[in-house]
Design a protein around this ligand. Structure first.
Ligand code: NAP
Length: 252
């Protein structure tokens, strides 16, 4: 893993960052991006072994990291994620609510109540609660929250209307919690377009991942990193309640 020269404007040395869904895809790239710039990182997802692999990559950079397995859709487990971070690093500077799922159902009629509830639980309800739990600790250090949402919330694909609605809810919660948590804690969202990650493998074959866009390609996970760093750093001190669209210029 490449060591990055520390730009003082984006030096996270001594800061503690939680990344949900940090074991793969965009979350892994974000976790490594913060670690490369000095942060201690908690890597969280449901699978402990997958988190441990990213922890090992971070430790190879000479940074501290910890795997805390957690199902973000289940509120009962979320306090342990906060408590575990505080026990290990003594502070929380950044919470990245990145974990997400986009399950497919044949139609709205074929969507079970369980699938609907799980989609909302992981993509919106859990992040809402985790942000609320992190808030007092973030407030002590002037920290910030970054929610990873989706341009699907602007143009719902017929295969994923519930996912789109949950990400839309997260856009609204970003603004609502920014109002509630400010001025001590800033809350922003990165509204992602199509990126090459495991989630893309689950897309239906006719999913329009190559919809007309200015960049004519899908994003690479590392291309989300600097936006996350910017939103977490003092360089964005007047930016809150903002939804940054990061989609290669997809035409909607
Ligand atoms: N890739 C895209 O094109 C795209 C576009 C728009 C938005 N997004 C959003 O970007 C975020 C990251 O997506 P990605 O593409 O990196 O997805 P991914 O490659 O499928 O990774 C998802 C991550 O979330 C974790 N996760 C899934 N369910 C979880 C749960 N219930 N509790 C805790 N962790 C859970 C996974 O680990 P475990 O399996 O170990 O739990 C994994 O670390 C998601 O919120 C997604 O909706 C992605």
């Amino acid at each position: 893993m490449e060591q990055v020269a520390l730009d003082p404007a984006f030096d996270f040395t001594g800061k503690a960052v939680i990344v949900t869904g940090g074991s793969r895809g965009l979350g892994r790239a974000i976790a490594l991006g913060f670690a490369q710039r000095g942060a201690d990182v908690v890597v969280s997802s449901r699978r402990a072994e997958a988190c441990a692999e990213v922890v090992a990559e971070i430790e190879a950079l000479g940074r501290r990291a910890l795997a805390i397995p957690c199902h973000v859709g289940e509120w009962d487990g979320l306090e342990a994620l906060i408590d575990g971070t505080l026990a290990a690093f003594g502070r929380i500077d950044v919470l990245v609510n990145n974990a997400g799922i986009a399950p497919v159902a044949e139609s709205s009629l074929a969507t079970s109540e369980a699938l609907f509830d799980k989609t909302f639980a992981v993509n919106a309800k859990g992040p809402f609660r985790l942000s609320a739990l992190a808030r007092p600790h973030l407030a002590k250090v002037g920290g910030s929250i970054i929610n990873v949402t989706s341009i699907g919330s602007l143009r719902p694909d017929p295969a994923y209307p519930v996912y789109a609605a949950a990400k839309g809810a997260m856009n609204i919660l970003t603004r609502g919690q920014a109002m509630e948590f400010g001025p001590e804690v800033r809350v922003n969202a990165i509204m992602a377009g199509p990126f090459w990650t495991d989630i893309a493998k689950s897309w239906r074959e006719d999913y329009d991942a190559n919809a007309p866009s200015a960049m004519h390609r899908m994003g690479r996970p590392e291309e989300i990193v600097t936006t996350a760093l910017y939103l977490a750093s003092p360089q964005s001190s007047y930016t809150t309640g903002t939804i940054v669209r990061l989609d290669g210029g997809v035409i909607l």
